[in-house]
Ligand binder design. Structure first.
Ligand code: DX5
Ligand code: ZN
Length: 235
């Protein structure tokens, strides 16, 4: 089913690393809902990207919501550092930590939004129990680690199952279960997709129930970032 409001989070991984502050301003002017910042540790994923100080530089340049995607082992150990540098939502991988509940609780105790990410090969059956314990589920549509990869179409079913599970159990924004009949009292639960998102794949994801779209290569390849963002918002 189609959700009303689609949020667009450009991935700054596709931007110019020598001008992160300018890139952040550019994304703000282009009408992004926030900036997706990919943190990679060279262990959980083979690539290395930003640490907390780079996030701080982005934060000082913009008022946009900072959506931090931690592709790192032991995410718990880095939560405070990223919060100090301006993270608004911290999403870590189910596959990268033993203490999923502790990390989710700690992020929320710090007053930030907690997201939980699932790799393409992780089964849907792992997801339901966390829907009421986090603010967002990130369903990866590529194997995490690099921008510019091809969308994995077989993950669409997982998006659909997750949305159906939210609807069936009346789980809305923030993982809150609302009484029967008052579903509209809260916006839908946030389901994010990340990897290979373009106008065509975004349509498939939104149709399946995703409402938060991350896009790197596709958006940065558009002649106009703002038009690219509009295009994705209106799929
Ligand atoms: C991949 C990252 C993505 C990446 C998406 O591991 O998590 O956020 O930037 O880039 P595209 O849209 O190019 O697949
Ligand atoms: Zn990401």
């Amino acid at each position: 089913m189609k959700q009303n409001k689609i949020q667009i989070f450009p991935s700054i991984l596709s931007g110019d690393f020598g001008r992160l502050a300018d890139e952040a301003k550019r994304l703000e002017q282009a009408g992004a809902d926030g900036i997706h910042v990919d943190i990679m540790d060279g262990h959980f994923v083979p690539n290395l990207t930003f640490g907390p100080r780079a996030l701080g530089a982005i934060n000082r340049a913009t008022n946009l919501f900072l959506d931090v995607h931690m592709m790192i082992y032991n995410p718990y150990d880095y939560i405070e550092a990223f919060i100090q540098e301006g993270a608004d939502r911290l999403t870590f991988h189910f596959e990268a930590t033993e203490d999923v509940d502790d990390a989710l609780e700690f992020i929320r105790k710090c007053g930030k939004k907690a997201g939980l990410a699932f790799c393409p090969e992780t089964s849907f059956s792992m997801i339901p129990k966390y829907l009421t314990r986090c603010d967002m589920v990130l369903i990866m549509t590529v194997s995490p680690g690099f921008g510019g990869q091809q969308f994995m179409a077989d993950v669409v079913e997982k998006i659909q199952l997750t949305r159906e599970c939210c609807d069936r159990n009346r789980i809305r924004q923030g993982g809150v279960i609302v009484p029967q009949g008052s579903e509209e009292s809260l916006p839908p639960f946030d389901i994010q997709v990340d990897g290979g998102i373009n106008a065509e794949t975004a349509r498939a994801c939104v149709k399946a129930g995703a409402n938060v779209l991350v896009s790197g290569s596709f958006l940065y390849e558009q002649p106009s970032l703002s038009q690219g963002i509009q295009m994705l918002r209106n799929v």
